[in-house]
Design a binder for this molecule. Structure first.
Ligand SMILES: C[S@@+](CC[C@H](N)C(=O)[O-])C[C@H]1O[C@@H](n2cnc3c(N)ncnc32)[C@H](O)[C@@H]1O
Length: 378
């Protein structure tokens, strides 16, 4: 039986508003100040051209409400919330990943950050789809001599009052290119952004242009699949309901995100695209397997038991975030509730041994690569 009703019953689908900054942002200088002007907040550096202002109207235009959650207002693709609940989930997920992987940054990032400066320029890092800003704020604090820039569809990072002076941000949609950032960064990092990217291969190409010679491209994504105890993918249909529920849930989510225009199906190709790209070398691939719940024996495997518990907590919050995606896709509310409630129950039971997989892929931009400029349509 086909449970989906793909009629587009979400009146806010199709709204389009782009609030991309056009002026290249500059770092906040030592004399940066945070100004409150009525209900607007400005971050101003010594240079008048580097004024980044978040007026209340910009904030208002950056967000919209749908199905009880606050969303970005500009992307027709990215369909997860952008509210406090989601920002809080992303921050906890960031802390969890440091604990589970045992590292904050992939090894090439450390290599770049400990290498000598070129022409005296400070090292610069770009975080694509920075979300809560937890990663780029950590980076800015860990490397205080660097410049750290976050880009996102919404001004979450700009609204964070604890960002260090060497960190700033921009509201922009990565799908429209990053010309103003060309040749400016030593690191281009993107984590869990696939559901907002229309063409991941084009994004990789664009990253080759924002990087300076020998810069690091660093990507981290999960592949919307659940794997059994033998690390074999659990294949289920996105057109019927039934156990195994978390595998079903992610299959529905992947189908919905793809149908709305994101490149979720491309995740398995990222390594090949990077390896084939003429601008990259030293491409590395690593994968991490996380239990989706604490299904193992606590005494025999306390580490994975703890990891499984943390992953489950994250997924339980993620279930609510994905609800909006399902409704935007046109699934009926009772179908969505059945999917979410059964998934929640299965995870709380913690009886089904299974894993999710995170891919970490990085490469260095070749020193002698001369990227052709992106053609700007006239
Ligand atoms: C799942 S969150 C991950 C956030 C952060 N990278 C992390 O690891 O915690 C995805 C973020 O990417 C942003 N995003 C998705 N598509 C985007 C796009 N096309 N342009 C800019 N930001 C995008 C979303 O707004 C969201 O904040």
């Amino acid at each position: 039986m086909d449970y989906s009703d793909y009629s587009d019953n979400d009146s806010d689908v199709g709204m389009s508003f782009s609030d991309a900054s056009t002026a290249p942002p500059s770092p906040r200088s030592a004399n940066s100040e945070l100004e409150s002007e009525g209900d607007s907040v400005s971050m101003r550096s010594g240079s008048p051209s580097s004024l980044l202002s978040i007026s209340s109207s910009v904030k208002r235009r950056s967000y919209r409400h749908a199905h009880g959650r606050t969303m970005n207002s500009s992307s027709d693709v990215y369909s997860y919330p952008a509210d406090e609940e989601e920002i809080d989930r992303l921050h906890k997920q960031h802390l969890f990943l440091i604990e589970a992987t045992g590292e904050k940054y992939s090894p090439p990032i450390y290599e770049v950050m400990t290498s000598a400066l070129v022409d005296g320029k400070p090292k610069a890092c770009l975080d694509l789809g920075c979300g809560s800003g937890s990663w780029i704020i950590d980076f800015a604090r860990d490397f205080p001599e660097s410049e750290a820039v976050g880009v996102d569809l919404v001004p979450t990072l700009q609204e964070n009052s604890s960002i260090p002076d060497n960190c700033w941000s921009e509201v922009d949609d990565l799908n429209y290119g990053m010309e103003h950032f060309y040749d400016r960064f030593d690191i281009a990092h993107g984590r869990f952004i696939v559901s907002g990217i229309k063409d991941y291969r084009a994004l990789i190409d664009e990253m080759s242009r924002v990087l300076r010679p020998r810069g690091v491209l660093d990507i981290c994504e999960t592949d919307y699949c659940v794997y059994d105890i033998n690390y074999q993918k659990i294949v289920v249909s996105p057109h019927e309901l039934g156990p195994p529920w978390y595998a079903r849930f992610l299959t529905f989510a992947s189908e919905a995100a793809t149908a709305l225009g994101s490149s979720t199906a491309a995740i398995h190709k990222i390594y090949d695209w990077l390896s084939e790209h003429p601008g990259f070398e030293e491409v590395q691939y690593r994968e991490y397997w996380f239990p989706v719940s604490p299904w193992m024996d606590k005494d025999r495997d306390p580490f994975n038991y703890k990891i499984g518990g943390a992953v489950r907590d994250d997924i339980l919050e993620f279930l609510g975030a994905v609800r909006v995606l399902f409704l935007r896709r046109g699934h009926r509310e009772e179908v969505v509730d059945e999917l979410i409630n059964n998934t929640r129950y299965e995870l709380l039971q913690a009886k089904l041994p299974c894993y999710v997989r995170m891919l970490s892929i990085n490469g260095r931009r070749k020193a002698d690569y001369n990227p052709r400029r992106r053609q700007v349509p006239t």
